[in-house]
Design a protein around this ligand. Structure first.
Ligand SMILES: [Zn+2]
Length: 183
């Protein structure tokens, strides 16, 4: 049985109701989505079949595509809401990927959390990663890594529902390996 959702789904409910309409205009000048969006709106067949448009909104594999200017708002909410309680990168990604899509989500979330003052200063487990009180000085890549399992994701087309994430604490490079929970 899959674990229950990590974060209450209030985040996406807001985006489903109120903020949707603003996305429609933003897709038109979004570096990530403008081409595929314009092409789909014109009814063109495009090679990238992972996308579709529904009620003028762009979806990627069924997940709402988030324009660039909206991403930090969503990350902030997922990370710092009362329910979330400054969750880790892996937990935030797991939650967001249930509903949202944008390219390089992991990089964006990682960068956001590295810039979170509270996380950098108050969570003992994060202090070595923080900007303010570094306890461990890293001098080269892969000297220190963090590993996490991200689970309970919607099934991918290949049947994967978990990610094994390895993050290099030096430069925050990340390797994600999808796998099936029931091997
Ligand atoms: Zn934080």
């Amino acid at each position: 049985m899959l674990s229950r959702p990590i974060v209450n789904s209030s985040i996406i409910h807001k985006h489903n109701s109120v903020l949707h309409e603003s996305y429609i205009e933003k897709y038109s000048y979004d570096n990530d989505f403008q081409d595929v969006y314009a092409s789909l709106r014109q009814g063109n067949q495009i090679e990238e079949l992972d996308y579709h448009v529904h009620k003028n909104l762009l979806y990627h594999l069924g997940k709402l595509s988030i324009p660039q200017g909206e991403r930090n708002i969503i990350i902030r909410e997922a990370h710092t809401s009362l329910i979330a309680g400054h969750f880790s990168v892996g937990k935030i990604i797991a939650n967001l990927q249930r509903y949202c899509y944008w390219p390089h989500m992991f990089d964006n979330v990682s960068r956001f959390i590295r810039g979170c003052y509270l996380c950098a200063t108050s969570k003992p487990s994060n202090r070595k990663l923080g900007l303010y009180t570094p306890l461990l000085v890293l001098s080269r890549p892969w000297e220190s890594i963090s590993m996490d399992f991200v689970g309970g994701l919607p099934l991918s087309r290949k049947g994967h529902d978990y990610l094994y994430a390895v993050v290099d604490n030096f430069n925050k490079k990340c390797i994600l390996t999808p796998f099936k929970r029931n091997l």
